[in-house]
Design a protein around this ligand. Sequence first.
Ligand SMILES: [Zn+2]
Length: 132
Amino acid sequence: MKKINSKGKCLCGGIKFLTKGFHREVSNCHCIQCMKTHGNFAAYTKVDDDCLKFQSKKTLKWFKSSKKAKRGFCLRCGASVFFKVNKSKTTSISAGMFDKSLKVKTNKNIFVKNRLKYYKIDRSIPKFNRYS
Ligand SMILES: [Zn+2]
């Protein structure tokens, strides 16, 4: 966890946000839902909802991706921006949405059991079959 102020947006800028406060280190998620949403494994940081301020969310749409969670994407450019567990007070943010590199590192691979086998996992990063 690192305290960071940062800015992010989707490809078209319809979703723009500021983050302020603690950001979880990045997790690479290899679950099938992230694969289908992102077209590859997903890299997410996470912040408390209080730390996330929207400057624009006119193209933000939430998709109920399972019984447990929803995913926020841009209606215009299709960017997969957010992941949120129902009733949680935190939001996961795709690490690639930030304008500058976040000062956090990738520190785990999760759901590696479900991954597709066309790529290798960085062995220097701990892996877990489900959540860590
Ligand atoms: Zn967009």
